[in-house]
Design a protein around this ligand. Structure first.
Ligand code: CDP
Ligand code: ZN
Length: 158
């Protein structure tokens, strides 16, 4: 049996000293703002996995109304979601992600981000792909007010 899942996340940008994307800090004069560490990519991947397995969503597992989730490490949330998914007998076939950011250029950091995601998910890096698109300088992405990410994941079970 196979299942597909889709995840999406958006965070506001503000002055700062780096973007955390897929658990990797990318030098930038802005940072993503949010209740947790605001890693849009890991949040999108977490939701894609949970959705594929039909096991809830990130806000359900880690409500932003709970002070315990303030500043929570997104890698930790991803691991918790992965555990639920694998406990249900699922294995990841592959995932493909898009980061929506006007700046900075993500391409130079792609290998580092893919490696980190593969490590977090305990899968071969060949199963992980990421890419980025600008907002063509229009809208909240293009005007650098926000960053977003999407992920699609395929999972399988005997
Ligand atoms: O060319 P097109 O309008 O389709 O896309 P774009 O948003 O201008 O992005 C062109 C290319 O730049 C992408 O395909 C990525 O390879 C790269 N890119 C990036 O590395 N980092 C970003 N934040 C945005 C785009
Ligand atoms: Zn988020």
């Amino acid at each position: 049996m196979i299942r597909v899942g889709l995840g999406h996340d958006t965070h506001r940008l503000g002055p700062g000293n780096g973007l955390v994307l897929g658990g990797v800090t990318i030098p930038h004069q802005q940072m993503a703002l949010g209740h947790s560490d605001a890693d849009v990519l890991l949040h999108a991947i977490t939701d894609a996995l949970l959705g594929a397995a039909g096991l809830g969503d990130i806000g359900e597992l880690f409500p932003d109304t709970d002070p315990a989730n303030k500043g929570r490490d997104s890698a930790e949330m991803l691991r918790a979601a992965l555990e639920r998914v694998t406990d249900a007998g699922w294995q990841i076939v592959n995932l493909d992600c898009v980061i929506f950011a006007q700046r900075p250029k993500i391409l130079p950091h792609r290998t580092a981000i893919r490696n980190r995601i593969a490590e977090l998910l305990a899968i071969d890096v060949a199963r992980v792909w990421i890419k980025a698109k600008t907002g063509e300088m229009v809208g909240p992405i293009g005007e650098e007010q926000a960053i977003a990410a999407e992920c699609v994941v395929l999972i399988e079970r005997e």
